[in-house]
Design a binder for this molecule. Structure first.
Ligand code: UD1
Length: 379
């Protein structure tokens, strides 16, 4: 692809025998989940002839624990990264800056037609900044999400990335509206949500498998699945202690899938995550997570992706945040926001809403739309 895509709004048919080079940059757990269906779609479509995508995968190393990284590559059929930057942890500036400086040489070597960035992490922003400075076209997958909460690092990352990008691959109509309000409609394409693709595929693949809960919790009795990792919930002692007390007092076992940030902060504050009805365990691999969410009485979380997975798997969710980017999950009561922890005891275990559930996150074919758009945008 030779022309810069900024400002082009029409889709054209791909050319036979054409190859587009896409360089995906990922680094954190939710990005591996999104990369899974995209990488599989690129590889499968290449087998059937016609236009091709040459796919280069760059792992920044933001997440390095095997349970946050390697298991996702293995379970979701993602090829090993072509490049691993090994950046690791650090303050936002140190972590993002280390990625930024390492990415220059990688982008210079590959000169991709598209630098494809995912979601809202520091890895997303670093790759977008590196590419825009080198005048290389950027596509942002999961563009247009907004919490309107400027305290969240993810909100800075997604707003800045959307405005740096040339092509915005958008999961929902609400996200399309946000982008239009910011003057970005002419580079936005509604492709659906690739997390729906992977969630449905894995749900069907594990439907007959037993639910296995680490920590000795009986999967045949009602249980809750919980994750807490956002800085606003983990990084001050009073807040973390209030959340743990609320979880420990719930009436059924709570399987707490502890993110390294949560473990580190609890250690630093001298707190135990176990106690009352809480059973702390390591994070689950994606297929086990999907199965465990499906069978749970409810989910309690501050994760973005897990709110949506609970919705797709028809499990009630309670979100420990003042707002959500995935506002569609709130319709019909599938998801309830309880940042003050005042409702948790009453709503954590509640029946699933009855009746038809709308499908705001697409039908499970978003990765094909992503591929088509990358092949045809601006040509
Ligand atoms: C990051 C993303 C967040 C995403 C989350 C999913 C940013 C700003 N945040 O948050 O959007 O929802 O990933 O998990 O990019 N750590 C380890 N091992 C690891 C990774 C992290 O021990 O493999 C510890 C380190 O102490 C680190 C802390 O966790 O300082 C936080 O990691 P970091 O990458 O800064 O952000 P997350 O909280 O994981």
């Amino acid at each position: 692809m030779s022309s810069h895509p900024l400002g082009k709004t029409t889709l054209r048919l791909p050319l036979e025998g054409f190859t587009v080079k896409v360089l995906s940059v990922v680094g954190a757990r939710p990005q591996f989940v999104k990369l899974g269906p995209v990488a599989q779609e690129f590889a499968a479509a290449n087998q059937s002839g016609g236009e091709r995508i040459e796919h280069v995968i760059v792992h920044t190393g933001q997440h390095y624990d095997p349970w946050l990284s390697d298991v996702f590559f293995a379970d979701l059929g993602i090829p090993a990264p072509d490049v691993h930057l090994g950046v690791g942890s650090g303050s936002h500036g140190v972590q993002t800056g280390a990625m930024l400086s390492a990415l220059d040489a990688v982008l210079d070597e590959h000169r991709p037609d598209w630098t494809l960035v995912y979601g809202d992490t520091n890895s997303t922003l670093a790759a977008a900044l590196a590419a825009v400075k080198m005048h290389l076209p950027i596509a942002h997958l999961e563009a247009g999400l907004r919490s309107f909460n400027r305290r969240m690092p993810e909100e800075h990352n997604r707003v800045l990335t959307d405005h740096a990008a040339d092509l915005l691959l958008v999961p929902t109509k609400v996200a399309m509206d946000h982008l239009a309000n910011e003057g970005l409609a002419d580079r936005s394409v509604l492709v659906g949500d690739v997390m729906t693709d992977v969630c449905y595929l894995v749900r069907d693949a594990v439907a007959d498998q037993p639910v296995v809960l680490p920590g000795g919790v009986d999967p045949d009795a009602p249980y809750l699945l919980a994750t807490i990792h956002r800085p606003d919930n983990t990084d001050t002692q009073d807040r973390l202690s209030a959340i743990l007390a609320a979880l420990q007092a719930l009436p059924v076992p709570v399987v707490l899938l502890a993110h390294p940030r949560l473990v580190a902060k609890a250690d630093a504050f001298g707190m135990s995550l176990n106690g009352g009805n809480v059973h702390q365990t390591r994070p689950l691999a994606y297929p086990q997570m999907v199965r465990a969410v499906q069978a749970a009485a409810g989910v309690i979380t501050d994760s973005g992706g897990l709110q949506k997975e609970a919705y797709l798997l028809r499990t009630p969710c309670t979100t420990i945040r003042p707002e959500t980017e995935w506002v569609e999950t709130l319709d019909g009561g599938w998801n309830i926001l309880d940042n003050e922890l005042s409702a948790l005891a009453n709503v954590a275990v509640r029946p699933a809403p009855r009746g038809e559930q709308p499908t705001p996150y697409g039908d499970g074919h978003a990765a094909a739309a992503v591929r088509h758009t990358l092949l045809t945008w601006g040509r």
